[in-house]
Design a protein around this ligand. Structure first.
Ligand code: GLA
Length: 398
């Protein structure tokens, strides 16, 4: 971060809290390259952390209060006590993400000391780039650091994945894990149950170009119910499929996926389940296979194969999982028309962003095609960027 920018943030912190900050916490957003809506089923995903991040200046306090300010005036200052039960604000309130982290740490570690914090950052909100989990992670790291808590990285990732259920969304563990565990220059294969992160280098000539559709999908508010319906549908489909596959004793998606090819399992889903559960299950089993194949393609630097998998993933999310929307479909089509090797919605969908894969020479053409044909007519400024696979969250001196 530029020295002038940190200087301005320090001044804003002093104005808000009347004291100097001692620590700076950074927590990046993410773009998921492939593997959406399968993390909550315990199946692997392949995201990258991006250059956009939450930044939080922090000063520990001697009491048990958390005092939060935000450089964006749309987000009111909030004070809360780190008691055993931390009451939530109304759904969608920004402070709930910090409270989610605080509640999980108090529950896991007992009484802890509070802090003053100022939140800033540049992750577009409700854009499918995980701004909310970045705030959960930043808040948690600030409290862990201020209290010198000792929590192993995998344990913290798992704790924060559960912690986010505080806001009412039944998400999986992808966002918190990549935010904490990403390595610069790599995509990360994340396996669950048990959690395991495997970095895979992104070839230097590959470009992941991202566009925000302008359709906001706030998972903790308006989009919460439609999002939560999908894990419920999967939970309904699983025992039926597991039984049909002779897996009654181990009715898990990973066990099911290990039982056959994607084609066999998709056929099983269609023969055993009623609509729409048949389509939902078909997405889950085929997407899991695409993640495996995508990791192989990434290791082999096979741009064409990786791109084909991305486009197939989008079709599955659109047609079988029904989490796309006309705007995301339009962005995908525009990218493919401009020479992208593949394109798909990224994250939860219902709005948010798309990611397209291109070689160095083609990336600029996709950026300008999106800008011209999609963003300009809708007055969307700054909605397109090339993702830089970035390092995970960290704490340093302010
Ligand atoms: C949201 C959730 C994640 C994941 C994605 C879809 O970002 O927070 O856990 O389920 O949606 O892949």
């Amino acid at each position: 971060m530029a020295v002038t920018e940190i200087g301005r943030l320090v001044d804003a912190f002093i104005a808000a809290h009347g004291t100097k900050p001692s620590r700076l916490v950074r927590a990046p957003g993410r773009v998921n390259l492939i593997g959406d809506h399968i993390d909550y089923n315990g199946l692997p995903v392949l995201p990258v952390a991006i250059q956009h991040e939450v930044r939080m200046l922090v000063a520990p306090r001697d009491d048990g209060q958390v005092r939060l300010a935000n450089v964006d005036e749309a987000f009111e200052p909030v004070t809360f006590e780190l008691g055993p039960v931390i009451p939530a604000r109304p759904a969608g309130h920004w402070a709930n993400y910090a409270k989610a982290a605080a509640q999980a740490l108090v529950t896991a570690c007992g009484p802890i000391g509070g802090l003053d914090a100022l939140v800033a950052g540049n992750i577009p909100q409700a854009a499918g780039l995980s701004s909310s989990s970045a705030l959960v992670v930043a808040s948690a790291l600030a409290l862990v650091d201020a209290n010198a808590l000792e929590i192993a990285p995998y344990a913290l990732m798992a704790l924060l994945a559960d912690a986010e259920h505080y806001v009412g969304t039944r998400g999986g563990g992808m966002d918190q894990a990549i935010c904490l565990g990403a390595r610069r220059g790599t995509a990360t294969r994340i396996d669950f149950r048990p959690l395991r992160l495997t970095p895979v280098e992104v070839p230097s000539g590959w470009r992941f170009v991202v566009a925000f559709s302008g359709v906001r999908a706030q998972k903790s508010a308006a989009a919460r119910e439609v999002y939560n319906r999908r894990p419920r549908e999967c939970a309904e489909a699983l025992p039926i499929l597991a039984e049909a596959a002779g897996l009654a004793d181990e009715a898990t998606w990973p066990a099911l996926v290990a039982r056959g090819t994607a084609g066999e399992l998709a056929a099983l889903a269609v023969s055993e389940l009623e609509p729409p559960l048949d389509r939902r299950a078909r997405h889950v089993v085929t997407e899991a296979a695409r993640v495996d194949e995508a990791v192989t393609a990434l290791r082999a630097a096979d741009l064409a194969a990786f791109g084909r998998l991305m486009t197939a993933s989008h079709a599955s999310l659109r047609d079988d999982y029904e989490v796309s929307c006309p705007e995301l479909d339009a962005l995908v089509d525009l990218a493919l028309g401009a020479g992208a090797r593949g394109a798909r919605l990224t994250g939860a969908g219902f709005g948010g962003s798309v990611v397209a894969l291109a070689d160095e020479a083609t990336a600029a053409g996709i950026v300008s095609r999106w800008a011209q044909a999609y963003c300009r007519p809708r007055g969307l400024a700054g909605a397109v960027f090339v993702a830089v696979p970035s390092e995970g969250a960290g704490v340093s001196d302010a």
